[in-house]
Design a protein around this ligand. Structure first.
Ligand code: OTU
Length: 662
């Protein structure tokens, strides 16, 4: 054992046992001497990470030792089956572990059916994604969902099959391979917190099989659920009340099942190590189909604890560490994306902090950046944004953010009392304002969003809508107001400029590259009508996309704006994920600033959140060691900044980027 500095005796003993077991296994295909050596080295390297967490979670479980053996077998099986080209990719990424942190990375989000009909269609449209400059595609849930309502695919019936309407596992593998050849990585959703109630485990639990009853969180009566409810929030209060559902037929006598989201999404019981193994099996299965990024859905909810809100429990972080360690043994090319829409202090833990440092997820959504960007846009004031982001801990150096403007979900106004209070604002009232503003009710609002999941008990609601509609394009085009449409474009580009340069993989949400508007067609579909998130999940409009090269069309203007950002980002090494970002106060309440420090150079952005020209004291730039002429690197010809009376002038909604190479 040379690759590990410290191991407890128990951990060593377990490792020896597993090695002994593996030595006795039949050799599978691909098990050349080199492959064997690689596997052994990785197992040794990741053993401590795994064992530490796994024993904390399950050390007291009667199946603990058996489960470890069974996990070891699982690893060996999947490793033997891992295709040779993916093994090559593993080696490559072990040497270039920063591959996903690079400034060249730009992501896109698409629904397979809405974008191109099916997986084959996506293969045919990869050139569009390449033309836009994407190096990473998040294809929305595509594993076999339950029939009928399925929460946009987040209720999975079979994790080893693709939704038959979209294609087959072979199609998925073929797409992944095409993408690899074009230098693009593939991200898909893995719903780890719950399965559809039609999943085989759930059916068997429903039928009363004890083994599968133990896969879910079930209760004979409402005593415990009532206790839990005292401290649980409701995620979808418009869809159903409470976090538990009663099934009178279940297991003969009737049972309550933990259902955080919809009634048909059953939360898994991770106190049972068999559930851990099953989910690992799915991870490795998908990894071997060529998936690069697993978006782990709803991770905060994976572990429940009485008397708490049952999110972000310490055990969740052990689960993620144990999963990651084992996935690294078989498929180190694969990274984890945490879908944790939680407050900043809680969020950072998903990227690995304290004892989990370097051992958890590789990327996570920077929800605070997204939310405060929309907040600043509506109020034309950057105080809450600057305050919130200044307070945010930096991502660990081997990780990075996902930076985005819109995604398939609603915008939850996650602005804390502390951050609002620190700048003299009231968080509750500000959230009310944002809902009024973006739903178009606020006097003078340009926005066309809709309030989602309004909770009369808390008075809080969230927001739906496409970026262009929220930013005013829908209303402007309807009223034929060219000037208003110009402003809408500028607003969307302002927010995207931040996503492209704050630090992280920027994601372009489907259709934002051509300014697609809200789509109200979902109202005619009974499986979708109740969920207004569908208003911002429009089918790709290929007729509009065909106008992307026409600079006089709105599609062309959005496309050109997005392309400009992609190209500018690619050239700027300080945007590599290992840089450190800091939000900065300026002397103008409308101007947001942030600086990035990286060994290759310094980067500074100044963003005007107002529809009027603004200025900031040039000291903010000079104070950081800049001298001589200053240039906006986003402008093709790099003209000198316009500085008058020692103030840098910014046009309405303009974001200036400055770079100083070291
Ligand atoms: C996720 O979102 C998905 O993104 C949603 O589309 C799903 O409906 C949901 O899970 C259930 O699978 O509450 O409002 O902190 O915020 O998991 C969306 C994480 C959600 C949660 C998140 C969830």
């Amino acid at each position: 054992m040379q690759n590990v500095l410290y191991m407890s005796q128990a951990s060593k003993d377990a490792f020896e046992k597993v090695n002994h077991l593996l030595a006795g296994l039949e050799q599978g295909p691909e098990q050349t001497t080199r492959n064997k050596k690689v596997f052994e080295t990785r197992l040794e390297r990741y053993w401590v990470d795994f064992y530490e967490s796994f024993s904390r979670l399950y050390g007291q479980h009667p199946q603990f030792e058996n489960q470890i053996e069974s996990l070891a077998r699982l690893l060996a099986e999947h490793y033997a089956l891992r295709p040779a080209d993916l093994k090559e990719l593993d080696y490559e990424r072990e040497i270039t572990p920063d591959w996903f942190q690079r400034e060249s990375q730009v992501g896109g989000i698409y629904y397979v059916d809405l974008f191109a009909g099916n997986l084959q269609g996506v293969r045919e449209h990869l050139d569009y994604a390449r033309e836009l400059g994407l190096t990473y595609l998040h294809l929305m849930p595509l594993l076999k969902p339950r029939p009928g309502q399925n929460d946009g695919g987040y209720a999975v019936e079979d994790y080893c099959e693709v939704n038959p309407q979209l294609g087959t596992m072979q199609d998925l593998a073929a797409l992944a391979s095409d993408m690899r050849a074009k230098g693009m990585s593939l991200c898909i959703d893995l719903v780890v917190n719950h399965t559809a109630k039609e999943h085989e485990w759930a059916r068997r639990a429903m039928a009363g099989e004890p083994r599968y009853l133990d896969y879910y969180l079930t209760f004979d009566d409402h005593t415990l659920p009532d206790e839990y409810e005292k401290t649980l929030p409701e995620v979808f209060p418009e869809f159903k009340q409470g976090n538990f559902t009663f099934y009178p037929q279940m297991a003969g006598t009737g049972k309550w099942v933990w259902t955080t989201f919809n009634e048909y999404q059953w939360d898994l019981n991770y106190t049972n190590p068999a559930v851990f193994r099953e989910m690992l099996n799915y991870m490795l299965f998908l990894a071997n189909r060529g998936v690069d990024v697993l978006r782990l859905d709803a991770v905060p909810f994976m572990w429940k604890r009485l008397g708490t809100h049952s999110q972000n429990q310490p055990e969740v972080h052990d689960l993620l560490q144990a999963f990651r360690a084992l996935v690294r043994v078989v498929a180190p090319a694969v990274i984890f994306k945490a879908e944790a829409i939680v407050p900043p202090q809680e969020l950072i833990a998903y990227l690995g902090t304290d004892r989990h440092a370097g051992k958890e997820c590789d990327i996570a959504y920077n929800n605070s950046l997204m939310v405060t960007g929309w907040s600043a846009l509506a109020s034309q004031k950057v105080n809450i944004m600057t305050q919130t982001l200044k307070e945010m801990p930096p991502p660990p150096s081997n990780t990075t953010w996902i930076t985005y403007v819109r995604c398939h979900d609603d915008i939850g106004w996650a602005i804390t009392d502390e951050n609002a209070g620190a700048v003299g604002e009231n968080a509750y009232l500000h959230r009310q304002f944002l809902n009024q503003f973006y739903s178009g009710q606020f006097l003078g609002s340009y926005s066309r969003g809709e309030i989602f999941q309004f909770n009369p008990q808390t008075g809080d609601g969230r927001m739906n809508g496409m970026a262009a509609s929220l930013a005013g394009l829908e209303k402007a085009l309807e009223t034929g107001d060219e000037a208003a449409a110009e402003l809408a474009l500028a607003r969307v580009m302002l927010l995207y400029s931040i996503a492209f340069s704050y630090g992280g993989i920027p994601l372009i949400y489907m259709g934002d590259e051509i300014g697609l508007l809200n789509d109200y067609g979902y109202l005619k579909n009974p499986d979708k009508a109740a969920d207004s998130r569908w208003m911002h999940r429009p089918p790709m409009d290929w007729a509009k996309a065909a106008r992307r090269h026409d600079p006089t069309s709105w599609e062309g203007r959005f496309w050109a704006g997005m392309r400009e950002l992609v190209e500018a980002r690619r050239r700027l090494r300080p945007l590599h994920g290992t840089g450190l970002v800091e939000a900065q106060w300026t002397d103008n309440e409308h101007v947001f600033a942030y600086a990035r420090q990286h060994p290759s150079g310094h980067f500074l952005a100044l963003c005007n959140f107002s529809p009027l020209p603004q200025s900031v004291n040039a000291a903010i730039i000079r104070g950081q060691g800049w001298s001589g002429e200053l240039h906006d690197v986003r402008r093709a010809d790099h003209p000198a900044l316009y500085i008058w009376d020692n103030r840098v002038m910014l046009e309405p909604y303009r974001a200036i980027w400055l770079v100083r190479e070291l």
